[in-house]
Design a protein around this ligand. Structure first.
Ligand code: XUL
Ligand code: CO
Length: 431
């Protein structure tokens, strides 16, 4: 035991509590025939909670955690504290980048050795913990070698380096029985067209992803490969802008049945979409995999990665997830960091407890909206014309015959209300 969380008790479901307790998240509560824990599949992000020092563009480290530093002993201390927090929260999952869990070595081989040592250490910790791995991923964006991209770097040696890192991260994810492997295209984009061969870079990114899928099959990894879209930041133009862009990319490289998306609320907002738009679109394309449930500040216009705190927003998001049949290998990852003034160990717990409660409230509201059925029956009624024999035949027809019948039948279609306010009032009964 470390003494980092020394005064913090295990968080329990205590609906009447005014202290640090779950008042809405009851893991065992049955919702639509399944335990809430098994629906929501919460995960803690190792990087923001344990590796991020609290910097912003104007100031550096604020957190001064006792495990900061580049040695294996400190990396193990970090893992000890992380698993103590997982236990306090009772979360079923966590997620990592290679760089979050191991000290950086002086050579590739040294970093690999550190990484493998830490994967063994995590395996040992996981064997006596409830908390398992939702996904692993590679950090191909922090080190200066990646400043011009990883798979899309003009230098083939960086492509090689990145491919080797991803191979090791996939091996480790497989070893820890992770349920997914994520690729966020950190610096897969560009700053200026004046120095960028757009066609070549996209081809390289596509081939890289094909290699990932080939390797998944080669090692028999049964988890899902997920791409996480983001429109800008760090690169000015990112190749994985949003769900629609990623889907087009997957189609282009023949990967649409192999890869799904991990959708982050904050990234959806940066792309000028709502979270539910991105989720609904991914579901309609059959590629909704997992979510990063962290919000942006609508005022600041950058990726602030805050814990969720808006129940109606979360409800509309889970409504799309539930309509899609819920998560299979995916889950709800909090890719969220504390504000840099939130120095106390207990702030880390409070951030996650609040987020899990907000999600539970939103999720229950979503389930109740679906159960009630009014929204879905009103949506179906809106399209009912397409379910008639004539409606179905229409899409098999052609412009000329359609035009002929429009005249012959003298049709006179009348506009009908979209009923947005009525629908929003229905939602407000549940949130
Ligand atoms: C960055 C981001 C990443 C990915 C994993 O905005 O969301 O943390 O989730 O690399
Ligand atoms: Co993310």
């Amino acid at each position: 035991m470390t003494d980092f969380f020394k005064d913090v008790e295990k968080v329990e479901f205590q609906p009447e509590s005014t202290g640090l307790a779950y008042r809405h998240y009851n893991p065992d509560e049955m919702v639509r025939g399944k335990r809430m824990e098994d629906h929501l599949r919460f995960a803690v992000a190792y990087w923001h909670s344990f590796a991020w020092p609290g910097g912003d563009p104007f100031g550096g480290e604020t957190f001064e955690r006792p495990w900061f530093g580049d040695t294996l002993d400190l990396a193990k201390l970090k893992a000890d504290v992380a698993f103590e927090m997982f236990d306090i929260l009772g979360v079923p999952y966590f997620c990592w980048h290679d760089a979050d869990i191991r000290p950086e070595g002086n050579t590739f081989a040294e970093s690999q050795k550190n990484f493998e040592a830490m994967i063994d250490y995590l395996a040992e910790k996981m064997s006596s913990s409830k908390t398992q791995l939702l996904w692993g991923t590679a950090n191909l964006f922090s080190h200066r070698r990646f400043m011009s991209g990883a798979a899309t770097n003009p230098d083939p040696d960086i492509f090689r380096w990145s491919a080797a890192v991803v191979k090791n991260c996939m091996d480790a994810t497989h070893k820890l029985q992770g349920e997914n492997y994520v690729l966020w295209g950190g610096r897969e984009g560009y700053e200026t067209l004046l120095n960028t061969d757009l066609r070549r870079e996209r081809q390289h990114a596509g081939r890289f992803l094909q290699m990932v899928v080939e390797y998944k099959h080669k090692i028999g990894f049964n988890g899902t490969i997920l791409v996480e879209p983001k429109p800008q930041e760090p690169s000015k133009h990112q190749y994985d802008y949003d769900v629609a862009t990623v889907y087009g990319f997957l189609k282009e490289f023949g990967l649409e049945n192999e890869v799904k998306v991990n959708i982050e609320q904050g990234h959806a907002i940066l792309a000028g979409h709502s979270f539910e738009h991105e989720l609904g679109l991914a579901a309609s394309l059959g590629v909704l995999g997992s979510i990063d449930m962290n919000r942006n500040d609508y005022q600041s216009g950058w990726d602030t990665d805050q814990f969720p705190n808006n129940v109606p927003e979360v409800a509309l998001a889970y409504y799309e997830v539930l309509k899609d049949g819920g998560f299979s290998t995916g889950g709800t990852n909090f890719d969220a960091k504390l504000r840099r003034q939130s120095l106390d160990p207990v702030d880390l717990i409070a951030g996650h407890v609040g987020a899990m409660d907000v999600c539970a409230r939103g999720f229950k509201a979503a389930a109740a909206m679906l159960e009630d059925g009014t929204l879905e029956s009103m949506r179906e009624a809106r399209y009912a014309g397409w379910d008639t024999a004539a409606g179905k035949a229409l899409l098999q027809s052609d412009l000329a015959s359609i035009a002929e019948k429009v005249v012959a039948e003298g049709i006179d279609p009348q506009p009908r209300s979209g009923q947005q306010e009525v629908l929003e009032n229905i939602v407000n009964r549940f949130v």
